[in-house]
Unconditional design. Structure first.
Length: 343
């Protein structure tokens, strides 16, 4: 079974081909970061227009890489939501029109489910059940994952997600867009003893998160400094911020493992690429004897491979592919609405 995956939820256009027996055959990706950097953030209208320009060339690239033709595709999976409505509509319209022309069914996929399952693309995929720490740009959640479509929400952020806190704090430190990754790089040369920032909800009885106060603490640090901010201050503040947010993510993940009795942790989403987070989790895994799995770095950000995979796994789990021709997206779509037999 050959699945074509289409991702266009925000500022990356992704196309991939996944074979149920051979695995991932090809994936092609275009990032709009350079285009949006001029504006300091994602401009939805520009994002939608760029998806339109990129999707067909990326499809041709993926088909060439895989050595396959459109006639061999069995179904087309695409991101139905959540995301920017205009960007989602580009991917939806493209996927539905292509499937209609090929007389193939479609599989609408939840974007976060794609992230959640992306570590299954790695050379050492996790087995079910596991705890998932989902830390993408707009979401921070802990889930118990029993199988495809079988998710139990254990905790989530009450305000800013971890990725949002990274980006907003980076902006406070004067770093250009996209700032989260730059903040992480800067933190590597910062002094961990220079500043201490709060660990929001670290000792709460639940598994929820809150990061808006941490961002405010960074703002307070910045206001105490003389302008312009020195490079040393930025590095030290970045280190303090990252130390705080990583400690909270790790401690809550460990608490989730303890409460459920599970021994496997999966980290997915863009923040899952953070080197300090991975290092701290790896150390804890050795000490407390659990397994931790990450997506390949190429699949931490949005991509078509995770959508193709999720579509394939949905079909294998019993979901029914839909006849092409339904142009419907869900910019706001809670993952917990997903069930084993719906998509």
């Amino acid at each position: 079974m050959l699945i074509l995956g289409v991702e266009s939820s925000c500022d990356e256009t992704g196309i991939a081909l996944y074979d149920s027996e051979a695995g991932l055959l090809a994936h092609a990706l275009h990032s709009q970061v350079a285009m949006h950097a001029e504006y300091g953030g994602v401009v939805p209208e520009l994002a939608s227009r760029d998806h339109i320009r990129r999707v067909v060339p990326l499809l041709r690239t993926a088909l060439a890489q895989a050595g396959r033709s459109l006639a061999e595709v069995d179904a087309v999976a695409y991101t139905r939501g959540p995301g920017l409505s205009g960007a989602l509509l580009v991917g939806c319209a493209f996927a539905e029109a292509l499937a209609l022309a090929l007389d193939k069914p479609t599989i609408p996929v939840h974007h976060l489910e794609g992230h959640l399952l992306s570590p299954l693309l790695s050379a050492d995929p996790p087995a079910f059940p596991f705890i998932a720490l989902l830390v993408s740009g707009g979401h921070t959640q802990l889930m118990k994952v029993t199988g495809v479509g079988e998710y139990e929400l254990l905790g989530e952020t009450l305000d800013d997600a971890a990725g949002e806190a990274f980006d907003k704090s980076a902006k406070l430190l004067g770093l250009p867009y996209p700032g989260g990754a730059l903040l992480s790089q800067l933190a590597e040369r910062g002094d961990p003893e220079k500043y201490s920032l709060p660990r929001p909800m670290l000792h709460s009885a639940d598994l929820n998160f809150s990061f808006s106060g941490l961002k405010t603490a960074v703002l307070t640090l910045v206001r105490e400094q003389a302008e312009p901010l020195s490079d040393d201050f930025r590095a030290d503040a970045a280190r303090a911020f990252q130390e705080a947010i990583v400690e909270v993510l790790v401690k809550k993940s460990l608490k989730a493992l303890k409460q459920t009795g599970l021994k496997r942790l999966v980290v997915a989403g863009g923040v899952g690429a953070n080197r300090q987070l991975r290092a701290m989790l790896d150390d804890e895994a050795k000490r407390k004897r659990f397994r931790v799995h990450y997506p390949e770095l190429a699949f931490c950000t949005d991509n078509g491979a995770m959508i193709a995979l999720a579509g394939c796994l949905r079909l294998q789990a019993g979901s029914t592919a839909k006849p092409a021709g339904s142009f419907s997206v869900q910019p706001r779509w809670p993952l917990m609405q997903m069930t084993e037999k719906s998509s």
